[in-house]
Design a protein around this ligand. Sequence first.
Ligand SMILES: [Mg+2]
Length: 233
Amino acid sequence: MSDIQLVTFDLDNTLWDVMKTIVRAEKMLRAWMSENTPRALDIYLSDAASRIREEVVAQYPEQRFDLSFLRTQVLFHCMRESGLSDARAEAAAQQAFEVFFVGRNDVALFDNARSVLAELSASYTLFALTNGNANIDRAGIGEFFSGAVSSADVGASKPDLLMFTTVLDRAGVGADRAVHIGDHLSDDILGANQAGMRSIWFNHRGEFSNDGESQPTAEVHELDQLPNAIAAL
Ligand SMILES: [Mg+2]
């Protein structure tokens, strides 16, 4: 049996396919805007949108890791430029973001994700550690986790050391008793290694790893290999 106490999980592309999720959420958002704020949708789909996004990021540099905030602000400016008053633009942006966020959390879990999380949560403390804005409760997997740390919470993103030290502090577990699991060699594996944690690379697509700093402690190709891989650390 391993001496691991804490298992931290990347979410996007580790527990579900993020591209499929975002594409569907974006479709839902556009359908809602087409119905409710068609002129704002024209702006949202035009070249102006990238200018608006740049302005929002420049205006709120300290919130650049808060993807939900940024998206809501972009929507607000699209609404306002379409002619809505500030108050109506803000209300419409909130509503539109909520439509997007329902889709963002309507994830199709990878095979065995739920049963593996259930099994691991019986033996270890589980925390989510994500650069994205998915919400584990709304994604239906909150029951398996003791908590979640996101880039929006920390004001940094993996592989930044602060992400890893924050989740270790929050869980109250030392780096030497913790393992991070993720699909991304730099964000997840390099980041965990630099924090002194062990790391397991979820190499879902059978990629080749390089050596050196982003060498994982172990590697799995399917989620159901995780319980044994963690026990063997
Ligand atoms: Mg990922």
